[in-house]
Write a protein that binds this ligand. Structure first.
Ligand SMILES: [Zn+2]
Length: 293
C-alpha cells in the first residue's frame, strides 16, 4: 500500500459515555439511575431528536422502565433514550448535525439513542416464534417468554471505499442523489464475507474493476437506522469501467485538481462531494491528500 491515510474525527462517532455494559444486568444499579433526578433522556421520534433553545432537551422526569440505558457521562450522570411522539421541537438529526446545533459529543450520543430506539420499535416480536418480546438488560436485549429466545440489537456493516489508480480516484453517483454529487462506492457486507472481499465484490459488481490491495481507514456509526460504515481504500491497476446501471447511475475517474474544486464548492459544472457528515466526504479528502502527495 501507499502512504496510509488518516482521518480526523467525524459525525456520530466518539461517544463520551461510559456504556457501563457490566451494570445493564444489575437491576438495582439501573433502578438507581432511572430515579436519578439529574438523569438525561434523549427523546427520539423516527429520524428526529427533541431540542430546546440550548441544544438537546433532556427531561429526567420522562425516564421510565422502558427507557434504554445509554451509559454514564463524565460527571457520573446516567443517560437514557426513549421514543416519543413527534412534536414541533423534534428536529431531523442530520439537519441538527449540519447546522451544528448540538456538540459533536451530544451528536454521538444521539446516534446511539437513535439506533437503539429504532431497534426496539422494529423488533417487538420474536423472530423465531412471533410472540411479543420484552426488553431486558436496560435495552440491550429482548427476550421471548414464549420460546425463550434472546434477541440482540443489530449493527449492519457497510463497506465504503476510495478506489485509486495511480493519481486518480474513482467516484460514482446514484440517480437518487442530489444533482452533481459524486461519492465513493459503497455496499452492504454479506454473510460469510470478509471486509476486504466485500470491497472487491462491490467494486467489481458496480464498475467491473478488479481491486488488489485493500486497506482499512476508519469507521463511522451511521444511525439511519443502524449501519456501521467501514471506510476502506483499494488500489486497482485497471482503468476501463464496465458500469452496472442497475446499481449506479454512473462513475468515472477524478484527478486531484478536480477533486479539490468539488470539495471547496468551486467546480465549474457544480460537481460536489457528499455532505460533510458522511465518512465518504472524509475519504475523498484523505484520498486527495495521497493523490497530491
Ligand atoms: Zn419466541
Amino acid at each position: 500500500m501507499k502512504e496510509r491515510i488518516v482521518l480526523t474525527s467525524f459525525a456520530y462517532a466518539h461517544s463520551p459515555l461510559n456504556r457501563a455494559a457490566n451494570i445493564r444486568t444489575a437491576p438495582d444499579e439501573i433502578a438507581k439511575r432511572r430515579s436519578n433526578p439529574e438523569a438525561r433522556q434523549v427523546s427520539i421520534s423516527g429520524d428526529s431528536v427533541l431540542l430546546n433553545g440550548l441544544g438537546l432537551d433532556l427531561r429526567p422526569a420522562d425516564v421510565t422502565d422502558e427507557s434504554v440505558f445509554l451509559g454514564d457521562d463524565r460527571q457520573g450522570l446516567p443517560w437514557f433514550a426513549a421514543q416519543s411522539a413527534l412534536t414541533d421541537s423534534h428536529k431531523s438529526i442530520r439537519s441538527v448535525m449540519i447546522e451544528g446545533r448540538i456538540s459533536a459529543q451530544d451528536l454521538s450520543i444521539v446516534a446511539q439513542a437513535r439506533s437503539l430506539v429504532h431497534w426496539h420499535e422494529s423488533h417487538r416480536f420474536c423472530a423465531r416464534c412471533g410472540a411479543a418480546s420484552v426488553m431486558q438488560d436496560a435495552g440491550y436485549r429482548r427476550h421471548c417468554n414464549s420460546c425463550d429466545a434472546d434477541h440482540f440489537p443489530r449493527t449492519d456493516p457497510v463497506v465504503i471505499m476510495a478506489v485509486t489508480n495511480g493519481r486518480r480516484l474513482l467516484l460514482g453517483r446514484q440517480s437518487s442523489w442530489p444533482e452533481g454529487m459524486y461519492s465513493t462506492l459503497a455496499g452492504f457486507m454479506e454473510p460469510g464475507e470478509t471486509i476486504e472481499d466485500a470491497v472487491r465484490r462491490e467494486v467489481f459488481e458496480e464498475v467491473g474493476l478488479v481491486v488488489g490491495n485493500v486497506g482499512y481507514v476508519a469507521s463511522q456509526p451511521w444511525p439511519f437506522p443502524s449501519s456501521l460504515m467501514i471506510g476502506m481504500i483499494g488500489e486497482t491497476s485497471e482503468a476501463a469501467l464496465t458500469i452496472d446501471h442497475s446499481e449506479i447511475e454512473t462513475a468515472r475517474w477524478f484527478e486531484a485538481p478536480e477533486l479539490r474544486l468539488m470539495l471547496t464548492g468551486q467546480h465549474p459544472d457544480n460537481l460536489h462531494a457528499s455532505r460533510p457528515d458522511a465518512i465518504a466526504w472524509h475519504l475523498v479528502q484523505a484520498a486527495l491528500r495521497t493523490l497530491e502527495g
